[in-house]
Design a binder for this molecule. Structure first.
Ligand code: DC
Length: 222
């Protein structure tokens, strides 16, 4: 039997940092589902398709072949054979992703890929609908959240550390807009699964959150 961990929560709650580190310590793979949706949005942007033009996105998404490979434990996303990891984490792609990911046809395609990864590997998977839709039988479900001001600050520090110019207030607005869209879309909105453990990380350090997640994994995995 596979042991899978589902982590959901809003943008900037620290899901990927926590999940990546926990997966490393648990010898599991880390599946970043946001990166898959981001690759789809990148495909649309590169081809001049308006992410909110549902009809065109549905037509074009059949031409986007997205696959995942692991290199030194890191998830690599391939878009039609090209490793696109380094193009995925911009704010432009993030905002387009939040729009593209509302489209059911896009979600169908991504969920299929995610479920096949979880069937073949013990994994920690993060996203918005993992506990509610992708892995309803996950051995552990966690809903990771933090105050939007704290999340904006974290993202701001992250971008600054990479040398990117950014504006804290604009980041907070984008985060709140994205949260609203993710939580109110018709298909698989972001929601805490009834059986998920709630972790509010507003005043926790990364190490504290990873430790708590390790404890939960040990309890559930036995
Ligand atoms: O986690 P992230 O910031 O990389 O996600 C980018 C967008 O992708 C986010 O706005 C919502 C969407 N997403 C989703 O709808 N379902 C997922 N499982 C993961 C991400």
């Amino acid at each position: 039997m596979r042991f899978n961990v589902a982590i959901d929560g809003p943008a900037g709650a620290g899901k990927s940092t926590i999940a990546r580190e926990a997966a490393r310590r648990q010898h599991m793979i880390y599946v970043d589902t946001g990166a898959m949706y981001r690759a789809m949005a990148l495909f649309m942007l590169r081809n001049g398709i308006d992410p909110s033009d549902t009809e065109s996105v549905v037509k074009q998404c059949a031409l986007a072949h997205i696959t995942i490979r692991y290199e030194n434990g890191e998830q690599m996303v391939f878009l039609n054979g090209e490793n696109v990891n380094s193009y995925l984490r911009t704010e432009e792609v993030g905002n387009a992703t939040s729009v593209v990911s509302t489209i059911p046809k896009v979600r169908e395609k991504m969920v299929e890929l995610q479920q096949s990864l979880a069937a073949e590997n013990d994994c920690i998977m993060d996203g918005r609908d993992i506990g509610t839709c992708v892995l309803p039988d996950a051995g552990l479900k966690v809903y990771l959240t933090a105050d939007s001001t704290v999340r904006a600050r974290r993202r701001y520090d992250e971008l600054k550390a990479k040398g990117q110019e950014c504006d804290l207030e604009k980041i907070r607005e984008d985060i709140e807009e994205r949260d609203y869209r993710d939580m109110h879309r018709e298909t698989s909105p972001l929601r805490q699964a009834p059986d998920a453990v709630l972790l509010d990380t507003s005043s926790m350090t990364v190490e504290e959150v990873v430790e708590r997640l390790m404890e939960l994994c040990r309890e559930r995995r036995g």
